[in-house]
Design a protein around this ligand. Structure first.
Ligand code: ATP
Length: 301
């Protein structure tokens, strides 16, 4: 495991922001910490980075307690963004690169390369405050990548980005994974997480609800849903063994353990099938089914 979190807790006065949380994050994966606003995601990331000291529990990164040399292998995008507003884009990137130990020439070359890649070359000599929020966020992401860290820790990296820039960022994150980097990020947008995570931890009120490989969580907790568009007598659909069924004039949605082929075999002589598909349960559905009444529709947050 590249990051091992063992039973960390943190209270702020009466509020237990994180409650005995343990996480195991393998090397080379994209790992999402997911939960609604206030679930404790930021507090968890800050404890992993040693910015906040846990009340109990411990964190190790690359097999060691978090110290300066471990931190030099990490790129961190904090939730509160902010780069020196009056300074020029390129100057700030070079400065931040040097702070992370890059020689000036290399910092400049890398900064220019990333500015190009993110479509910001023409802004290299603008003051940061003249950039839009989304551009500033891209800039901050560049500052995370500059020194070539092995681990990226990104707190709500997609907040404030439009769909096109979200997609650019998503692709860049996946590129980092392809290079063998480990990416840990937080989000309340489960749809986004679904597209990119190998592993997830769902948290609610500071506690872990479930964690592990996304595919295994889906297989374990997801109900198996089949949707059928048809013409003919819906009675045939009712005969398919199911645990739940929503049946309309020409459409049915049912939870069943049967494979699509078996379902077709049962109905093919009785109705005209226009379309049939097995749909994966969404992470949102899984979260709500696990958290129960406390669940919110996270995607609408
Ligand atoms: P969001 O998605 O809104 O950023 P989050 O999951 O990152 O939420 P945290 O920021 O970790 O959640 O907050 C968890 C809880 O801890 C909240 O109830 C919050 O009010 C509280 N909290 C966090 N930081 C502090 C602080 N410095 N002082 C007091 N309470 C805090």
């Amino acid at each position: 495991m590249v990051i091992e979190v063992q039973g960390i807790s943190k209270s702020f006065g009466e509020v237990k922001a994180v409650d005995s949380l343990s996480l195991s994050i393998p090397r080379g994966v994209v790992y999402g910490i997911l939960g609604p606003n206030g679930a404790g995601k930021t507090t968890t990331l800050r404890m992993i980075l040693g910015i906040l000291k846990p009340d109990e529990g411990k964190v190790s990164i690359m097999g060691r307690p978090v110290d300066v040399s471990v931190l030099s292998r990490i790129g961190y995008l904090p939730e509160e963004r902010g780069l020196y507003p009056k300074e020029k884009v390129l100057d700030v990137l070079v400065y931040l690169g040097e702070l992370k130990g890059l020689p000036k020439g290399e910092a400049k070359a890398k900064a220019l390369k990333y500015l190009e890649e993110f479509g910001l070359s023409s802004r290299a000599f603008s003051a940061i405050e003249e950039l839009s929020k989304g551009m500033q966020q891209k800039l901050q992401f560049i500052s995370v990548l500059l020194h070539g860290p092995d681990i990226l820790i990104l707190d709500e990296p997609f907040s404030g980005l439009d769909p096109i820039n979200s997609e650019i960022l998503r692709e860049r994150i996946m590129d980092e994974r392809a290079k063998g980097k480990t990416v840990l990020f937080s989000t309340h947008i489960l749809e986004q997480a679904e597209k990119m995570c190998d592993y997830v931890a769902l948290i609610s009120k500071g506690k872990k609800v479930v964690d592990g490989k996304l595919s295994e969580i889906k297989a374990k907790y997801g109900k198996r849903t089949i949707k059928i568009e048809f013409e003919g007598d819906g009675e045939a659909i009712k005969q398919i063994p199911h645990s739940s069924l929503r049946l309309y004039e020409r459409f049915a949605e049912l939870e069943t353990e049967l494979e699509v082929n078996d379902v077709l075999r049962l109905i093919i002589d009785k109705v005209k099938v226009q379309k049939v598909e097995r749909t994966e349960p969404s992470l949102n559905q899984i979260y709500i089914s696990l958290v129960g009444g406390e669940g919110e529709n996270l995607d609408n947050n």
